[in-house]
Design a protein around this ligand. Structure first.
Ligand SMILES: Cc1cc2nc3c(=O)[nH]c(=O)nc-3n(C[C@H](O)[C@H](O)[C@H](O)COP(=O)(O)OP(=O)(O)OC[C@H]3O[C@@H](n4cnc5c(N)ncnc54)[C@H](O)[C@@H]3O)c2cc1C
Length: 804
């Protein structure tokens, strides 16, 4: 065993082996993989090896494509067969709702270049003759589906890495990880110790244990999973070509050919977690007791839909555990607060995703950036609220719903409510329909008195459409009240605060008593944050941003802090508040404060620390709705009093609470972008139309050089506002945009602008077509709907109302 290495990858499943391979491919060769048993001895060895490019997140879908296409490369680099079978696949729909789901997936695949097609039942039956057509209404054809040999793939990664200088230590268990003063790690094993500059937790079934070595409780849990192999099926044996992969969403089963029969796997509704608290160290190359009863319902549907399966009988049943994160996507990246400790775990589809995870992590370790948009699998999307019990509830829910339709307006119920604010009950009394963001309950919209606060799930406009319209009109005409607890809030203080923020943020910092909007960029000049910054004087700044990105931003901030002179603190639970927006919002604020809130004394983008409703408050004059508005922040224990005071004082001003759905409609009318939608780490400020918030003349900031470089070249794409000709379904995001009959871009968000009476989509298109007005189309639920580019925001284009 070496005494000192650059990287120690812990875990020799498909994921750890892929990380090792990608590190060596990028030139880091002083790397070792440490495996407690034989390679693949965790969840990898008994996998069905299936692979496909279907994922709810477009970026993960793209990395799945990368993974599948990588197998030829690692076969060549290692001389080891991966047993590649690219058969293509057919995903079957039994209901119109499922067809909507498939049409959306197909459209998304169009702009990702994944080549999927919607096909008829007849065509599906021609491709997969085992199906009984009577049960289905249509299907999605996916050319990039198939299966590989799990052990072959893992060995190929490892051999190829070894060929490039990596070492693999088998039958060696890591028993502890101890941080060293220089930021590296003592890796303690049962065969001796070594020092590693970086450690990667690719512990799979034991990722939690490897996390606990450093005090980390990772949100992953294993579930038992069963597949069975049928006896010989004459139609399969006689087929001149290999059977296609099939997903029968209604039966909640997947299938592929295995020998002269079929392999059938299921995700049953009452899934069973395995090793809920701790994974036994003596579990290796082992399987679990099969339980056919548990999957009997699924099989019954499967046998009805594919009668030949029932006739074939069952030859073998496999029950094995593998891990999931609460939302089913991998958990990857550097861990906030731990130097050079990386995770690559919770990978539930190792043969579709392992390559992409390895590539992204290797890039991240080597270049400081994953090189792709990996938000959907970033470990930072979870906070400390993602406890073991939360994870347990969510993983079960996710497993049970694996093949169920997920509607765009659907809020999943497990583990809720988890985090609530003091006004949760107040909002509920007003009819709030809640969603959860970063674990926190927040109002999506308010059901009118006498109606049930429940939203119908659909790809089309829901029963929320009417009430949301009323909320929007209340904001535009009178005054609306929105709880803004979901924002992230940070206090930055200290003698070095200004200089540090100047380096972190791309815009000029506001003067004392003022607010400024500022993007944050990475070294490549890509957007990694979009904030409102308040200068509170005396070397204190408040920063407001996207709540879901709190850990993501804190990880970045903290890793760039100087040794002294600056402190940053999250005020997530300490500071809560409301936005009031609309022409009557000034009158409302004036009723609750003795401070002068006239336009002269409290102009647009001013920030004041004043009393509101007897409470010390921090108030910024800003609004994401495009109306005159204020954001009022108070200590959490005052939030309820503030809420009651605003409601009482606003009663005769027409005050109405509004939620996130109305906010979305209002900001679309103003063409305002949103974090995680229009602003993500693949876009530059110029792409996103944020150039005016980037000041290259101020002291050098992170990303400045890249901005200057990009300026010379000019942006390759642009964010545009499209007015779409729709019927009952608006764009929601991820639809392809066509121009002159070609797919040229994609929608980032969409919805109905209730006060302008138009359906709106924000979309990225190539710069050369961004100036066109006509000729656009947006593909919504399988139909190409005409769209016209709006050169200016549809509502109050000059911003007079905001500044009034
Ligand atoms: C029945 C079944 C069917 C499946 N079918 C498919 C499929 O069709 N397609 C697909 O993509 N996926 C499938 N999967 C899922 C797939 O198996 C996983 O996605 C994949 O195995 C995850 O790999 P991993 O490397 O993260 O974890 P693991 O395979 O669990 O590897 C982790 C490794 O780390 C080692 N380790 C842990 N702790 C230590 C330590 N302290 N010191 C040293 N070594 C350590 C372990 O011994 C283990 O070998 C299936 C899984 C099951 C159970």
């Amino acid at each position: 065993m070496k005494s000192h290495v650059q990287v120690a990858v812990i875990g020799g499943g498909v994921v750890g082996a892929s990380v090792l391979y990608h590190l060596t491919r990028a030139g880091w060769n002083d790397v070792v993989l440490i495996e407690r048993d034989e390679l693949t001895s965790g969840s990898t060895w008994h996998a069905a090896g299936g692979m496909h490019t279907l994922n709810g997140d477009p970026n993960v879908a793209k990395l799945q494509e990368y993974t599948i296409k990588l197998y030829r490369e690692i076969e060549e680099a290692s001389g080891q067969s991966c047993g590649i079978h690219i058969t293509a696949g057919v995903d079957l729909a039994a209901t119109p709702e499922r067809m909507d789901f498939l049409k959306v997936a197909c459209a998304r695949a169009r702009y990702l270049g994944l080549g999927m097609e919607i096909i008829s039942v007849d065509e599906a039956a021609r491709l997969f003759p085992l199906m009984d057509k009577r049960h289905f209404v249509g299907a999605l054809y996916n050319p990039l589906e198939g299966h590989v040999d799990p052990a072959g793939v893992t060995q190929a990664y490892a051999k190829a890495a070894r060929n490039r200088g990596a070492d693999v230590y088998r039958f060696t268990r890591v028993t502890a990880l101890l941080p060293r003063a220089d930021g590296s790690w003592d890796v303690i094993t049962d065969k001796g110790n070594l020092v590693a500059e970086h450690v990667v937790n690719a512990g799979g079934l034991w990722a939690r244990e490897v996390g606990r070595f450093v005090g980390l409780e990772l949100p992953v849990l294993a579930m038992e999973h069963q597949y069975l192999i049928t006896g010989e099926i004459p139609e399969v044996a006689a087929s001149p070509t290999e059977m296609l992969h099939v997903i029968d969403f209604d039966g909640e089963i997947y299938m592929r050919q295995e020998g002269r029969g079929m392999l059938i796997g299921t995700y049953e509704k009452a899934g069973v977690p395995w090793a809920e608290r701790e994974t036994p160290w003596d579990f290796a190359n082992a399987l679990l007791q099969p339980d056919l009863d548990r999957i009997a319902d699924n099989l019954e549907v499967g046998f009805r839909h594919f009668p030949a399966l029932e006739r074939a009988g069952i030859k073998r049943i496999v029950n094995g555990p593998f891990t999931f994160a609460p939302d089913g996507n991998p958990v990857v990246g550097p861990v906030r607060g731990l130097h050079n400790y990386w995770v690559a775990c919770g990978v539930m589809a190792g043969f579709s995703q392992g390559g992409g995870v390895g590539l992204a992590l290797a890039n991240w370790m080597i270049d400081g950036d994953p090189g792709f948009d990996v938000w959907a699998m970033d470990v930072a999307r979870f906070g400390d609220w993602a406890t073991m019990a939360y994870t347990n509830a969510k993983v079960r829910e996710n497993y049970a719903r694996r093949f169920r339709v997920r509607f765009p307006n659907e809020e999943l119920p497990a583990a809720r409510p988890l985090r609530t604010t003091p006004v949760y009950d107040r909002l509920r009394e007003r009819g709030a329909v809640f969603g959860a963001a970063f674990g926190l309950e927040h109002a999506l919209w308010f059901a009118p008195p006498g109606t049930e606060p429940r939203e119908d799930v659909t790809y089309r406009r829901s029963n929320a459409h009417g009430p949301v319209g009323d909320e929007c009109r209340a904001v535009r005409n009178d005054v609306g009240l929105l709880e803004i607890a979901t924002f992230s809030k940070y206090e930055v203080s200290g003698a070095g605060a200004r200089a540090w923020l100047d380096r972190m943020l791309a815009n000029r910092l506001p003067a004392e008593g003022r607010l400024a909007l500022s993007p944050m960029l990475n070294d490549n000049g890509r957007l990694i944050g979009d904030f409102t910054v308040a200068n509170a004087g005396r070397d204190r700044y408040f920063i407001f941003g996207s709540g879901i990105a709190e850990q993501y931003h804190l990880r970045w901030f903290e890793s760039h802090l100087p040794p002294s002179g600056v402190a940053i603190r999250s005020l997530r639970t300490e500071l809560l508040g409301f936005a009031i927006a609309g022409p009557a919002s000034r009158d409302l604020l004036a009723k609750l404060t003795s401070a002068d809130v006239s336009s002269d004394a409290f102009p647009f983008l001013a920030f004041r620390e004043i009393e509101v409703a007897m409470l010390p408050a921090r108030v910024g004059r800003i609004s994401f709705t495009g109306e005159l508005g204020y954001e009022i922040w108070v200590a959490a224990d005052g939030e309820r009093v503030l809420c009651d005071a605003l409601c009482a004082a606003g009663a005769d001003l027409g005050l109405r609470p509004f939620g996130a759905r109305a906010l979305n409609s209002l900001r679309l009318e103003k063409s305002f972008g949103n974090w995680a939608r229009e602003y993500r780490p693949i876009y530059t400020p110029a792409d996103a139309g944020l150039e005016r918030f980037v000041d290259v003349a101020k002291p050098e900031f992170i990303g400045c050089a890249a901005v200057l470089r990009d300026r010379e070249r000019g942006p390759t794409r642009r964010l545009v506002t499209l007015v779409v000709d729709v019927n009952d379904a608006d764009a929601i995001g991820d639809e392809p945009v066509w121009h002159d009959g070609r797919v040229v871009g994609w929608v980032t968000s969409g919805g109905f602008g209730h006060c302008v009476g138009r359906s709106i989509a924000l979309a990225y298109v190539p710069a050369p077509v961004a100036g066109a007005t006509e000729g656009f189309e947006v593909e919504i639920l399988g139909e190409r709907r005409g769209a016209v580019r709006a050169a200016r925001p549809l509502y109050d284009p000059t911003g007079l109302r905001m500044r009034s």
